[in-house]
Design a protein around this ligand. Structure first.
Ligand SMILES: [Zn+2]
Length: 293
């Protein structure tokens, strides 16, 4: 009797946990909204899924109030090592369109299965038309490359919702104008610096560096913490360059970055490579420029 009671409690705990996981899925909904009202709410808006937070902002820029966006990689998780759950992939079948960066490890690992199980889902490759450097996927951090990514999203929205083409087109124009302003702002932030090389743990800022004639030096070695030889090499090079700041991100390990910073007597500063508000790239540019003055 005692034992039966005990297993019943365990079942309750487990089922409670499962419900918790489900409501935590990528299609984040207010907890108080019932499934049926979510369905009707969904019907008035296009349901667009994206891989990363900055793409949610891109989709909102173009889709405005016609879209509802859900993000595959939860805040704080790294797109370099993230694996979506089976539930997330199942949830994707409810989306009208999915915008992937096209180059993230999980996208490449899952895309075949995703496409096979969701044959009606329009999948947009954000990187379409962009020339990648060394297979580096972080194209969203360049405001100049953001333009083509917005255009790819626009093409997708028009393909699934031709009736609102004029609306999406006007939003796209406005977003591109905003990017041009951002570009000018960042250009002036990086004007007249004393040095051009900044040191990061995870190489997310290479495209931004290229745009503004800066050099990104990375500690991470092929997605992993560097070995002792690489650590020594970086430290020596950084010392010679007079590097005073080591940039880290909350999604990645900071162990070797902190060790190198200590060796250099440098500051450790966090940058966000997955901003939910795209204009935050300006703040990252400011932090990088502070290190190069
Ligand atoms: Zn990354």
């Amino acid at each position: 009797m005692q034992r039966k009671h005990f297993s019943f409690i365990i079942i309750l705990i487990i089922s409670g946990f499962l419900v918790g996981c489900n409501s935590d899925s990528i299609f984040t909904k207010p907890a108080t909204v019932s499934e049926s009202s979510v369905q009707s709410q969904d019907k008035s808006k296009l349901n667009v899924a994206v891989s990363i937070l900055p793409y949610a902002d891109f989709v909102k820029m173009v889709g405005g109030d016609k879209v509802q966006v859900t993000v595959m990689i939860p805040p704080g998780a790294s797109p370099d090592s993230y694996e979506p759950s089976t539930q997330q992939l199942k949830d994707l079948s409810r989306a009208d369109m999915y915008v992937m960066v096209g180059q993230l490890p999980f996208e490449q690992a899952w895309s075949d299965r995703l496409l096979a199980t969701n044959q009606d889902l329009l999948v947009i490759n954000g990187a379409k038309g962009i020339k990648l450097i060394d297979d580096n996927p972080h194209i969203w951090l360049s405001p100049r490359l953001a333009k083509s990514q917005l255009e790819n999203i626009y093409d997708g929205l028009v393909a699934v919702d031709i009736n609102n083409k004029a609306y999406y087109s006007a939003n796209l124009k406005e977003a591109i104008a905003m990017l041009a302003i951002m570009d000018g702002t960042i250009k002036s932030i990086f004007a007249g610096l004393n040095s051009d090389t900044f040191l990061v743990y995870h190489p997310a800022w290479g495209y931004l560096a290229d745009d503004y004639d800066l050099v990104e030096m990375a500690i991470e070695e092929q997605g992993k913490e560097p070995g002792p030889a690489q650590m020594a090499k970086i430290t020596t090079k950084a010392k010679n360059l007079g590097i005073n700041t080591v940039f880290t991100s909350s999604q990645h390990s900071t162990r070797s970055a902190e060790a190198i910073a200590e060796e250099l007597g440098a500051k450790v500063v966090t940058l966000d490579p997955l901003p939910s508000n795209y204009e935050d790239v300006i703040n990252s540019a400011k932090l990088i420029s502070e290190a190069l003055k």
